[in-house]
Design a binder for this molecule. Structure first.
Ligand code: GLA
Length: 619
C-alpha cells in the first residue's frame, strides 16, 4: 500500500527542487507558487521579486468597475494590489455573514489574478482605513466588557468566528494554493495602540487556524515597529520612504535581515468635514519613489485608488480627547494616482514613468485606458416630496434615551421624541450627543447641534400646551483610530435635560436607511412649509449613461441614493461639494434619485457637473 503521507512528502520535495517555476499540483488544478523571505528580497518561486503594489478597497469601488480599476493598476506598472478586509461589511449582525455583491472579496481577489496581479491581503481585522469603527462591527460594543485589540476572551471569540469565515473565502486564494495572495497582514499598526506580544501571537494563531498558512506580516509606522512587530514575522514599515532607514528598522526587528517592505506609502491624505482638501503634487514624490525602487525595496502605495466611502461607512478621528471629533467625508479621492472616478491623474502618469524604468526588459507597460466620459445632465426637479416625520416606523419606548447600539441599529439616524410642557423659554441640554442633531418643536426645526463644534445645548422658546420635542440624531461615523475606540456608542448616550430637569418617556424611531427610501408621488407645498427634514425624489431618463457629479452646493446636509445605491453624505460646509455617480449605476432609460435633506426642505433643483468639487469650504 502506498503511504499517502509519504508520497505527498516526495511530491513536495520534487516541487521544491524544481523551484523557480509555477506548478500545478494536479492536472486541472490552478498553478501554485512559493513565496518566501530572502535575506534582502522576497522570493517568488525562488527568484527575487520586487512588489510594486497599490492599495484599493473593493467596497469603495462599484463591483461593476472592479476590473477597470485593476486594468488601471496594471497600466501604471503595478504588479500587486493591496486590500483590507472589512469585518463590519462581512458580519453586519452577529453570525450573519455577507460575502455577496460588492462585498464578494473572493471574487475581487480572483479578478485581480485574472488581470495578472498579485494580492496583499489585510484582514487585520482592525483596519483603521477611515472606515466606520476601523472596520469593527458596531455590535461588538453591545457585549459588556468586550475589549477590542486585546486578549479579552469575548473579543477573541468574536474575532475567531469571523476570521474562520474569512479563511473559508480567502485562504484557498493564497499563492501556495493556486491563488494570487502573496502575504497576509495580521493586525494593523498595532504598535501605535499597544505592546502586548502575546496578543500578537494570538492573532498569528487565529490566522493560521483559519487556514492562512502562507506568509504573515505586521506593519507599523517607523516609531512604533518595536511595539508592533512579532518576532518571526516580517515587520513592514509604514509612512517612511528613506531606503536606508527602512532597511535599518526592518533589520533591527528581523534578525538583521530583510526583505524590506513599505506597507503604506501615502501619495497624499484623506479629508474630513470642515477642513481643506489634501493634495500633494506628484513632483514631491517621484524622486522618492525612484529611490525606493532603485534600492530594491517593495512598496504598497496607500491609496493607489481611494474611490468613495459610500453609505454611512466613513470613520472619524479624535484629536486629543473625545470631544474633538473629525468625521471623514464620503469622497476617498485621497489625491491618489487614480482619482475618485478611476481616471488617471498627472500623479498616475508621473509614477508610471518612474515605474517603467524598473520593468523587466521586453515588457513594456500596457497603454493607459482613456478617461471615462463624464456628462452634465439637465437640471433635475425633485418634485416627489415627503416629510421625514410623516414616514416614521414603529417606535421603541423607554424612560431614558437609548443609544443606536441598545436599539441594535448600526448606522443612519434615530429620531428621539418626547412630550414636554410648553409656555416657557428653557435650555435643552444633551448628554452626550453623538454626533449631529436637528431639533424640532411641534415638527418645526428650531436649531441644530454639532458635536464637532462641541454644541450640546440650545435655548428653546416653547409654545403653550404640551409640546412635541423631536431630536433627529445622525451617526456621523464611529472613530476609527486611537485609544478611544471603545467610546464609540451613537445617538444620545445618557440623558436630555430641559431647564435642568431630566426629560423622561422617550419614543425612539430607527431610521437606518438600509434600503433606499422611495417617495411615490408628488405632493403639494405642505412639506416645505413644515420646515423639517424631507425626502425629495425624481425620475430622469438617460440615453447614454455616463459618470456625473451631483453638485450639492445649493443644498444643506443629507444623503443621496441613485437607483438604490447610497452615494454617501453631503454637507454644505465642505470641503466635498459633489457626489460622484458612477456610470455603472446609471441605466439607459428611466433612473431614480432620492435626496434626504435635513436643513433646506425648500431646495428642489439638483444640478450636475462633469467634474468633482472636493475643495470648497463654506463657513
Ligand atoms: C494608517 C492606517 C490606514 C489609514 C492611514 C491613513 O496608516 O494603517 O488604515 O488609516 O493611516 O489614511
Amino acid at each position: 500500500m502506498i503511504n499517502s503521507k509519504y508520497s505527498k512528502w516526495w511530491l513536495l520535495t520534487l516541487l521544491c527542487l524544481g523551484g523557480g517555476l509555477a506548478r500545478a499540483t494536479e492536472p486541472g488544478r490552478p498553478a501554485t507558487h512559493t513565496f518566501a523571505l530572502g535575506p534582502t528580497q522576497f522570493l517568488l518561486d525562488g527568484k527575487p521579486f520586487q512588489m510594486i503594489s497599490g492599495e484599493l478597497h473593493y467596497p469603495r469601488i462599484p463591483r461593476e468597475a472592479w476590473r477597470a480599476r485593476l486594468k488601471m493598476a496594471k497600466a501604471m506598472g503595478l504588479n500587486t494590489i493591496g486590500t483590507y478586509v472589512f469585518w463590519n461589511a462581512h458580519e453586519p449582525q452577529p453570525g450573519k455573514y455577507d460575502f455577496s455583491g460588492n462585498h464578494d472579496v473572493a471574487a475581487f481577489v480572483k479578478m485581480a489574478q485574472e488581470e495578472g496581479l498579485w494580492v496583499i491581503l489585510r484582514p487585520s481585522p482592525y483596519v483603521c482605513a477611515e472606515w466606520e469603527f476601523g472596520g469593527y462591527p458596531y455590535w461588538l460594543q453591545n457585549v459588556p466588557g468586550l475589549k477590542v485589540r486585546s486578549q479579552e476572551p469575548q473579543y477573541v471569540a468574536a474575532y475567531q468566528r469571523y476570521i474562520q469565515a474569512v479563511g473559508k473565502q480567502l485562504a484557498p486564494l493564497q499563492v501556495n494554493h493556486g491563488g494570487p495572495v502573496l502575504m497576509v497582514q495580521v493586525e494593523n499598526e498595532y504598535g501605535s495602540y499597544g505592546n502586548d506580544k502575546q496578543y500578537l501571537t494570538l492573532n498569528k494563531q487565529l490566522f493560521e487556524q483559519a487556514g492562512f498558512d502562507g506568509l504573515l506580516y505586521t506593519c507599523d509606522p517607523a516609531r512604533d515597529v518595536a511595539a508592533g512587530y512579532l518576532p518571526g514575522l516580517l515587520p513592514a514599515v509604514n509612512g517612511l520612504d528613506n531606503p536606508q532607514q527602512v532597511k535599518q528598522i526592518v533589520r533591527t526587528h528581523h534578525n538583521g535581515q530583510g526583505p524590506f517592505y513599505i506597507a503604506e506609502w501615502y501619495p497624499a491624505w484623506f479629508d474630513w468635514w470642515g477642513a481643506p482638501h489634501h493634495t500633494v503634487p506628484a513632483a514631491q514624490y517621484t524622486a522618492r519613489l525612484d529611490s525606493v525602487l532603485k534600492a530594491g525595496l517593495s512598496i504598497n502605495m496607500y491609496m493607489f485608488h481611494g474611490g468613495s466611502t459610500r453609505g454611512f461607512m466613513n470613520g472619524a478621528n479624535y484629536k486629543g480627547d473625545t470631544s474633538h471629533y473629525e468625521p471623514q467625508v464620503s469622497s476617498y479621492d485621497y489625491d491618489a494616482p487614480l482619482d475618485e472616478a478611476g481616471n488617471a491623474t498627472p500623479k498616475f502618469m508621473a509614477f508610471r514613468e518612474v515605474i517603467a524604468k524598473y520593468r523587466p526588459a521586453g515588457q513594456p507597460l500596457p497603454a493607459v485606458p482613456a478617461a471615462r466620459p463624464a456628462a452634465v445632465l439637465p437640471p433635475l426637479q425633485l418634485t416627489r416630496t415627503a416629510r421625514l416625520l410623516d414616514r416614521l416606523p414603529a417606535p421603541v419606548a423607554n424612560a431614558t434615551p437609548l443609544t443606536f447600539e441598545a436599539l441594535k441599529q448600526a448606522y443612519g439616524f434615530v429620531l428621539y421624541r418626547a412630550t414636554v410642557p410648553g409656555g416657557s423659554t428653557q435650555t435643552l441640554k444633551l448628554t452626550d450627543l453623538r454626533d449631529y442633531a436637528v431639533v424640532m418643536v411641534n415638527g418645526q426645526r428650531v436649531g441644530t447641534l454639532d458635536r464637532r463644534l462641541k454644541q450640546d445645548s440650545l435655548r428653546l422658546t416653547l409654545p403653550t400646551g404640551p409640546v412635541q420635542l423631536d431630536i433627529l440624531v445622525e451617526n456621523m461615523g464611529r472613530v476609527n483610530f486611537g485609544e478611544y475606540l471603545l467610546q464609540n456608542t451613537k445617538g444620545i448616550t445618557h440623558s436630555v435635560r430641559l431647564g435642568g430637569k431630566e426629560v423622561k418617556n422617550w419614543r425612539m424611531y430607527g431610521l437606518p436607511f438600509e434600503q433606499a427610501p422611495v417617495v411615490a408621488k408628488a405632493t403639494g407645498a405642505a412639506p416645505v412649509a413644515a420646515g423639517g427634514p424631507v425626502l425629495r425624489s425624481a425620475s430622469f431618463t438617460l440615453n447614454t449613461p455616463a459618470d456625473t457629479y451631483l453638485d450639492m452646493r445649493a443644498w444643506g446636509k443629507g444623503s443621496v441614493w441613485v437607483n438604490g445605491h447610497n452615494l454617501g453624505r453631503y454637507w454644505s460646509i465642505g470641503p466635498q461639494q459633489t457626489l460622484y455617480v458612477p456610470a455603472e449605476w446609471l441605466k439607459k432609460g428611466s433612473n431614480d434619485i432620492t435626496v434626504l435633506e435635513l436643513l433646506k426642505p425648500e431646495q428642489a433643483t439638483l444640478t450636475t457637473l462633469n467634474h468633482s468639487l472636493l475643495n470648497e469650504l463654506k463657513p
